[in-house]
Design a protein around this ligand. Sequence first.
Ligand code: NAD
Length: 505
Amino acid sequence: MTSNSSALPIVGHLINGEIVTTSARSLDVFNPATAEITKRVAVADKATVESAIAAAQAAFPEWRNTPPIKRARVMFRFKQLLEEHADEICRLIGEEHGKIVHDAQGELQRGIENVEFACSAPELLKGEHSKNVGSNIDSWSEFQPLGVVAGITPFNFPAMVPLWMYPAALVCGNCFILKPSERDPSSALYIAQLLKEAGLPDGVMNVVNGDKEAVDTLLEDERIMAVSFVGSTPIAESIYTRASAAGKRCQALGGAKNHAIIMPDADMDNAVSQLVGAAFGSSGERCMALSVAVAVGDAAADAFISKMQDKMTELTIGVASDASSDFGPLITAQHKAKVVGYIDSAEHDGAQVVVDGREHKVDGFESGFFVGATLIDRVSAQMSCYQEEIFGPVLLVVRTQSMQEAMDLIDAHEYGNGTCIFTRDGEAARYFSDMIKVGMVGINVPLPVPVAYHSFGGWKRSLFGDLHAYGPDSIRFYTKRKTITQRWPSASVRENVNFSMPNLE
Ligand code: NAD
């Protein structure tokens, strides 16, 4: 659908505390429930990104020397402002992403928890101290900020994923450049403006909207010391490779295919109630969405499918502002076509489409990018619907004959973000959590997203880099360790000349 683009509001950049809307290029922003173009987002060129980097670099010396407790106080005020403005933030998320208001509230709450974690910066940055590592010698390690660091974020959590990054980066004393998704940019920009109100000095936090040109500039500029990326695996891999080659620290979180093992002894009603939300919530557009149920034995598979089919009849699909809906539309028409294409391919490859959401229409919103909840049985590991990330409201069922076969299947998959097991058997659950090659594991918990004071990250091709996102790992990621060894010899002691490796005695 087209619209008179010159009359549309422009989503700009935040550079040195000011909103900048001028740009040579801009892109459409859609309301996915109506397919209408509602805004345009400014696309930052190289010069615009460089002006943001220059502002951040200028702000760094003073922010670096601001005591951690004062940096933390900005976060305390920021948390309050996020809570006060929650309705507006959730409205912006809903308008551009399409997720239902209760889901947007959940996303924001999870984001706020990262701000709460950042409030403990003085404790987190205390460092390590050892007295008398040798005679009259003390040693300590401190954690210094890196400088100007960047974050590049995906469309599916437009508020939360940026909040995984910059609260921790800022309290560590860094200045930040955020490049949000161009598909739903408004909430990230709005939230960043609240930081100014919370007392953050201009230039410490900047937002540049845009696409590959902005990202390329961030990757090529030697003033950027570290890059956090969250998005799809091909882009994550390329960003990690390029940033690392340029000598930057990088963590790049990628895509997923999250499996749930349904053991024959599982409480099937509980498993189905848990999985219906984990599979279809947010239209399956979550990197932790549960997209494959691996049933152990045909009896478990048949029982699971029959109960899931019943449960799916209760699902309601609607628009963001309708809190009675369970989930909303997909992000774009192209993404809807891709999701439908995977369902077509599953059918073509011999799988059985038990519940088919391809033709689902929402009354009054017939042009929206909706796909109904879809359940597909008898999927095998060779099918593209199994191998690739669909990122839609599609739950696949794979039948196996043993738990080990189910675990081998999960281990063989290229992604290793999240997984879970439904069982009443503690021994089986313990073996599963110990041995499975996946970064985040649930036991009767279908979306094992770590809380803000743990860290988040997958294994295999779901994460490139060593440190996970947020939590304790974020303090390590956004700082560099410096270790100082200090001697204040007593005036009465004469130091000996020593040519051997010092052992500090
Ligand atoms: P995406 O990879 O298309 O985009 C992510 C970011 O990269 C955006 O800011 C985008 O502008 C930028 N980008 C896109 N193409 C680029 C290119 N060629 N060069 C440079 N930058 C580019 O991802 P998306 O569609 O926005 O988000 C969905 C994906 O993100 C899914 O694969 C999902 O699993 C993943 N995701 C992963 C996690 C995680 O924690 N592992 C969390 C959320 C989303």
